[in-house]
Ligand binder design. Sequence first.
Ligand SMILES: NC(=O)c1ccc[n+]([C@@H]2O[C@H](COP(=O)([O-])OP(=O)(O)OC[C@H]3O[C@@H](n4cnc5c(N)ncnc54)[C@H](O)[C@@H]3O)[C@@H](O)[C@H]2O)c1
Length: 409
Amino acid sequence: MEPVSRRTFLSDSIAAGAAVSTAHGYTRVIGANDRIRIGVIGCGGMASGHMRNLMRVKDAENIEIIEVSDLYDKRAEAASKVTGGKITKDYRKLLANKDIDYVLIATPEHWHAQCTLDALAAGKHIYCEKPMTYTVEEAKRVVAKVKATGLKMQVGVQGMSDESYEVAHQYIKEGALGKVVLAQIDYSRNHKGDFWMYDVDDDAKPGVNLDWNTWLGTAKKRPYDPERFFRWRRYWDYSGGIATDLFVHRVTRYIKALGLTFPERAVATGGKFQFGEGKAEVPDTFNMLLDYPEGVTIQLVSTMANDVKVNHYLRGHKATLEFTNTGFTITPQNMYANEVKPVTYQKKGAEDIVLHHKNLQGAIRKNEDLKCDCMLGYYGVVAARMGVESFRRRKYIAWDKAKERMVNA
Ligand SMILES: NC(=O)c1ccc[n+]([C@@H]2O[C@H](COP(=O)([O-])OP(=O)(O)OC[C@H]3O[C@@H](n4cnc5c(N)ncnc54)[C@H](O)[C@@H]3O)[C@@H](O)[C@H]2O)c1
């Protein structure tokens, strides 16, 4: 059972605008008309998109970015220019700013958990980029701390702000598809700079304008390598490659649509089939099968060397649901053509980071339900990491439900 939200509890007894200092840090109680103040931790590629978009809606949404933190000075300076926010190199000092209501965490994966736990300890609400954490153990710690503090945490799978998946879930619960047995989804790309060959910026100088040792965090210490700093998704120490960078977006959709939690078993295959000569450790072609205890397989298909799509189908015994660019359709199987009515659902939301932030702001101001809370974040991390482990160990991986951990199948 979810604990009573700390914010709900606080707002019952304390006026909006008041600040509350508790064992879990310092949190401002925010009323419907109060300005929400944001701090940014990690100001690279994705955060730049967040900041630009948030600046566009700052007056309409009554929000302000007041402080930014990055280990590479050039990025912090660029972020400050866009937002007007003060620069603080050490994010823990940013967390000490009592005026900040929530933080955007957009560091590489291996820093998500530490930044999140520190932010919760400081009483901040959170928008953390996907995957919620780098490891399953970290995800468990984050979930426990979110529950203990009652603070709001939105995980950055912004596709969850497209309501198609929750609406599809209602249809499925009511039996519109019959038993759903197989779910297919893909995320493939094939364009310049792909396989995460992002530009290396020669201005970055460790010890001068870049704190490389801190960037490494708990990962293995090694001398500065611009390949790792700018193309970290290509290395296991900081990322799970396609599984945690791309499939997390996809599997979370299907977890929501099908009402799932943890897989029972996972197996993954692939390799460096196209970009084999480079330094990257992660595969460029990666495919995963997840069996869930409810009796459904999710198939995830990806290559970074060919972008032909696979249709996004949920295959039920009575009908097929297909997610499209505009929502979804339900088409009966021939045998059930008289029983199942075809459906065309036109979506209203979208896969959109502004909508996703607005949802978090609504949760902070008015206790709205989050579109991608920490439990959904946790389920996504488990699915993706089981795929990574299967691929790396060349084994089927199972989920030990009682101990909530991965084991050999
Ligand atoms: N939701 C999406 O569609 C989407 C798309 C792209 C990236 N992302 C996610 O956004 C996150 C960042 O990805 P990116 O492409 O922007 O990476 P990036 O390397 O461009 O930026 C990360 C920044 O974090 C900084 N950083 C690292 N550790 C830090 C620390 N301890 N304190 C302060 N700053 C620190 C780095 O210096 C770097 O500038 C990742 O989790 C990624 O998966 C999400």
